[in-house]
Design a binder for this molecule. Sequence first.
Ligand code: FAD
Ligand code: NAG
Ligand code: NAG
Ligand code: NAG
Ligand code: NAG
Ligand code: NAG
Ligand code: NAG
Ligand code: NAG
Length: 494
Amino acid sequence: MAAIRLLIVPVLFVAQSAAGLFPRSNETNYIAALNACTQLDVLLGFPLVQSSGPSYETAATNAWNLQNSEFHPTCIVFPTTSDHVQVAMRAIYDAKSHYAVQAGSHTAMKFWNVVQDGVLIIFSNMRNASYDSVKDSITLQPGIHWAEAVTALEPFGVAPVVSEVLAQGSSSAVASPGSLPSQGYAADNFKELDVVLVNGDLVTATATNEYSDLFRALKGGANRFGIVTRYELYPVHTGTKDNQTWFGGLMLFNSSAEALLNATARYVREVDDPKAVLLVSLINTVTDGELVPTYLVTPFYNGPNLPEDIFGDFLAIPNILSTLGPMSYFDVAGTLGLGDDRGYVQHFGASALVGDEALFQDAFVHWQNFSEFYKDNFNSTTLAFTPIPDSQIQAGRAKGGNIIDAPGGRFAAVQIYEQFKAGLTDIPPDVITGIDSLFEQIPPSPGLPLYVNECDSRQKVFESYGSYELMKQIYAKYDPERFNVEHTEGPIGL
Ligand SMILES: Cc1cc2nc3c(=O)[nH]c(=O)nc-3n(C[C@H](O)[C@H](O)[C@H](O)COP(=O)(O)OP(=O)(O)OC[C@H]3O[C@@H](n4cnc5c(N)ncnc54)[C@H](O)[C@@H]3O)c2cc1C
Ligand SMILES: *[C@@H]1O[C@H](CO)[C@@H](O)[C@H](O)[C@H]1NC(C)=O
Ligand SMILES: *[C@@H]1O[C@H](CO)[C@@H](O)[C@H](O)[C@H]1NC(C)=O
Ligand SMILES: *[C@@H]1O[C@H](CO)[C@@H](O)[C@H](O)[C@H]1NC(C)=O
Ligand SMILES: *[C@@H]1O[C@H](CO)[C@@H](O)[C@H](O)[C@H]1NC(C)=O
Ligand SMILES: *[C@@H]1O[C@H](CO)[C@@H](O)[C@H](O)[C@H]1NC(C)=O
Ligand SMILES: *[C@@H]1O[C@H](CO)[C@@H](O)[C@H](O)[C@H]1NC(C)=O
Ligand SMILES: *[C@@H]1O[C@H](CO)[C@@H](O)[C@H](O)[C@H]1NC(C)=O
């Protein structure tokens, strides 16, 4: 197998570098990757290691962002155990090969879950979820998607803390995804993590053992500190599908942006009830060359109704559709569907704002102008607000704290998202210029952290963390040779 690859791949290498798909693509990297793959062919072999064929092709082209689906890793490793990940990482490290890791495939960030002239580790064959009622913990393998985890655990009356959209893999947990104000960020609910370090060593990190520093850094540190091969999590005791202990749903609006922004700003500033959850997404869909507004509000309350003093402003704005009613947590988690559409260039950007009407209106004006100016490029544009109440930050601290270390709550994580129109395979340079202006026009309020799951890969997310200095120290301890920052793409700043 290795011999065959040696014969055919140099041809591919030339073709790919001519296409200029990956800035680091060059012959040195290619030979390093080939050495790692040749080694892995011997140690793991087919089907755990593949460099062509249907499984290889499907995996190499599966990334959600079209920009990340056009790469040809030198080989793909499909581990089924953490041992396989250790073997792979050792070979990658020894060969000084580039590499990437892919779990749920849903990052929008260019290059973060793919590699050209390197080794790709894909967790598509590690997707179990289980619940241990004696330990009261959930265990997830890294390739599982939130929707699969929630479905598998529902009969036990427990759930992991997930984001509201269910298509992502559990690696969003590495990065501090979705949240529940009563429980903190999802990553705050880690109990124990098995981590393959950059040199292939496997360690188990907890809040209190000798790897407690690594454990903390993994709550917000994305892919920089190692590869997580097992997540043990604190469960939320949500009940089953039959326990309709929540009330909420979605409301759609086709106008009233100003009133919605005011309601959102006031909510962000005033609401700290850990039972309340809100996501507000202002969406422009490009239809027949024109922007059509669709504003989506998803309010939820862990109780029999939506309290007037919390959600009254939203309820008073005339909507065009409302599905509000009693729900189980299972229903809450599924409200926004899978968001699993393939074939489009996707782009995220992040800001973070304190609850101030003028700031929110200003952000909207700039975003609307941007959407209008570049509309010929888009399928849709979104400006979304996720309130982070203080109760959520405190819940995270009570569980040992994370590396994001937000300065108290009551702010909104702001997501700026574009889905490009079908047929575009990259972001045109003039739109990148517009995106950069937009970031300058909607700067984060001082001291607030950016959300690593929903950023532009050029944004300095780690620098925005409260514990950035500590994070750098922990990184230097676990990867003294800086192998990861030099050999795999991910958040910048370490
Ligand atoms: C439709 C949609 C809706 C979304 N909504 C939300 C939301 O509500 N809240 C939110 O927080 N985010 C949201 N996101 C963002 C999403 O949570 C992040 O992109 C997340 O990282 C996706 O996880 P994944 O496993 O699918 O990612 P992948 O693309 O597989 O990987 C993302 C990054 O994590 C690294 N990684 C993967 N597995 C591991 C591992 N085991 N160990 C170490 N590093 C690893 C990868 O190398 C890569 O850098 C949304 C994304 C989409 C597409
Ligand atoms: C190849 O890329 C690496 C970085 O990944 C760089 O250090 C090296 O100089 C490059 N080699 C050539 C010949 O461009
Ligand atoms: C994952 O699930 C499969 C099928 O149920 C089972 O055979 C396997 O042992 C499980 N692996 C782990 C690590 O739990
Ligand atoms: C779910 O419903 C069952 C049956 O009514 C009840 O015993 C249980 O306490 C409920 N669980 C939660 C979390 O509400
Ligand atoms: C919003 O929807 C209503 C009801 O369908 C319609 O009458 C109205 O014209 C729409 N407004 C806009 C701005 O599209
Ligand atoms: C929004 O809030 C601003 C500032 O508080 C106020 O001037 C404006 O009238 C409000 N608009 C709406 C529609 O509520
Ligand atoms: C926009 O995306 C949706 C799916 O999200 C798709 O149904 C639709 O065809 C797309 N429209 C264009 C113009 O690409
Ligand atoms: C609107 O967008 C264009 C293009 O980015 C920019 O030149 C202009 O300054 C923007 N105007 C406002 C008010 O944001």
